[in-house]
Design a protein around this ligand. Structure first.
Ligand code: SAM
Length: 298
């Protein structure tokens, strides 16, 4: 039923947006002493090879994270603090100068946890859940990190509100089934009733599909109705138009852009992302259609 494997996409431009945002949120959260819990409703396998078959087949990291470090090594741009933080985080999983491993959200989050913080990872794909459990076991962090092989949309309900009353929920579905868009909105609506002060970070693809187009508006409405502030960041690297190749075949552009919608964002997030995404959109541009936007409200 589930054919999506994040190993094909690890380190692509969507991961650059998502993981830069995730890290910036977490950096802000660790500034307060009170313990928090992070929920990753769609965790993936945790660690990926950039030199392995999956990444090589798709080539997505080559025009994502790997292109970013190439451009920066060549002197342009000088990364902003948030972008540098993201690059340093990925580099810390690799031997100096090598770029073979790409950390998924579970490993980026785990690096930021203090002893008192907790991480709950949901992953429903049997193979990825097994790989994730094995990867997490190697950290030897005991009960601090839990891997739950269950539906993240449903599973999160029993944990909200968390005892510490501080939490971040990262919701990063593959959207391979159309109903994922609706389920995201339902999950956020339910979560805001259970735990209105949590921070919710939702990734979504910007593709010509009504459900994808409507999702950020729905999330904005939910945040506004709950009286909570929100931030919406998008990163575009290429045109969404269909093209034709030399043989005259129609070529689909692949994912041209994606967005992160954050409810109850840290007040520092907007300025951090503005700088970081401006640089990322320039470095990752494929043609003239690169763009970024960071808006906020509430
Ligand atoms: N968050 C990860 C990261 O940033 O490294 C990537 C996650 S990937 C985009 C989405 C994952 O969600 C896939 O591994 C897929 O198997 C899993 N998945 C799909 N539907 C799910 C569900 N209902 N509950 C939990 N996991 C699900």
């Amino acid at each position: 039923m589930f054919s999506y494997r994040h190993a094909f996409h690890a380190g692509n431009h969507a991961d650059v947006l998502k993981h830069t945002t995730l890290l910036a949120i977490l950096r802000h959260m660790v500034q307060k002493d009170t313990a928090f819990t992070v929920f990753d409703t769609h965790a993936g396998a945790g660690l990926y090879r950039l030199d392995g078959d999956y990444a090589q087949t798709s080539g997505e990291a080559n025009v994502g994270y790997l292109r970013l470090i190439e451009k920066i090594a060549a002197g342009a741009p000088t990364p902003s603090l948030a972008l540098q933080d993201y690059l340093d985080m990925v580099a810390s999983f690799n031997t100096a100068g090598q770029h073979k491993v790409y950390p998924g959200s579970p490993f980026i989050i785990q690096r930021l946890l203090r002893e008192r913080d907790k991480l709950k990872l949901f992953e429903i794909h049997p193979t990825d859940a097994k790989t994730l459990s094995a990867n997490i076991a190697q950290l030897e962090v005991g009960r601090q990190v839990a891997v739950l092989r269950e539906d993240g949309f449903e599973g999160i309900k029993k944990f909200l509100p968390p005892p510490s009353r501080r939490a971040l929920v990262l919701c990063d579905p593959s959207y391979e089934i159309k109903s994922d868009y609706e389920r995201v909105a339902e999950m956020v609506a339910d979560a805001l009733v259970r735990f209105a002060t949590g921070t919710y970070a939702i990734w979504y693809p910007i593709i010509p599909r009504p459900e994808a187009h409507q999702l950020p508006s729905k999330l904005k409405t939910l945040a506004t109705k709950a009286g909570k502030p929100w931030l919406h960041a998008t990163l575009t690297v290429k045109s969404s138009k269909l093209t034709t190749n030399d043989a005259g075949d129609v070529v689909r552009p692949g994912l041209p852009a994606s967005g992160m919608f954050v409810i109850n964002p840290p007040h520092t997030l907007k300025s951090s992302l503005k700088e970081a995404l401006k640089q990322a959109s320039q470095a990752l541009a494929q043609g003239q259609h690169n763009a970024f936007e960071v808006e906020s409200g509430g």
